[in-house]
Design a protein around this ligand. Sequence first.
Ligand SMILES: Nc1nc2c(ncn2[C@@H]2O[C@H](COP(=O)(O)OP(=O)(O)OP(=O)(O)O)[C@@H](O)[C@H]2O)c(=O)[nH]1
Length: 235
Amino acid sequence: MPKTRSFRLGVAGPVGTGKSSLIATICRELADELRLGVITNDIYTDEDARLLRSAGVLDPDRIRAVETGACPHTAIRDDVTPNLIAVEDLERDFAPLDVVLVESGGDNLTATFSPALVDAQIFVLDVAGGGDVARKGGPGIARADLLVVNKTDLAPYVEVDVEQMVKDAEAARDGKTVLALSRKDPASVARLKEWVRNMTAHVSTGDHTPVDPGPMAPHSHIGEDGSVITHVHTH
Ligand SMILES: Nc1nc2c(ncn2[C@@H]2O[C@H](COP(=O)(O)OP(=O)(O)OP(=O)(O)O)[C@@H](O)[C@H]2O)c(=O)[nH]1
């Protein structure tokens, strides 16, 4: 029986924290070792997919985009069907794949993936967002399988104490892994690589149970006609 189901790994986090760059790093570091595919989620465009294709880190046909419309967290949490179809199409077209990385659209601090879509998830913060962000908590910070504190090379310029930020994050996470990362720091990239490798092994042996980090905070959007749309995520 051919293997058709990959390990589906979500990458979420606020706008601009480095999700696409982290996925590019994983592809650059592991594409020789693991069979990879990528799904990106953008609100109105396929820009992240185009950026990743142009980075030259993976066969461009293995990188596909889902356009989510106005509410990026809906596509990774409430109505995951377009993403599931995209993942399954990729798995079928390039079978067998070991890992499909699913990048969420940049969203607010509380958007996380549904376990119906991914087996494990990485939540990405960056030091430029401020040293106090890790203390603010929220489902991704507290319960994602891995929390990345990204762009540590920028810490001196934004006067953030990375060690303290990591300590605060660890306290919010009950000991779950926190990784201080910079794509310019090979030792941190090696730790990221090791985490992905280990999680891939755990998932493939059935030794990992997907965890739902929990719902995002209630919030409202202004619709195109000016109406207020309120979301209360209950699952
Ligand atoms: N200095 C530094 N810059 C980084 C690092 N990683 C990413 N960046 C930069 O941060 C910016 C945002 O990175 P992206 O990877 O596009 O972030 P994103 O989270 O995918 O952004 P959205 O998809 O718009 O939410 C880009 O200018 C990257 O070059 C890093 O380790 N160090």
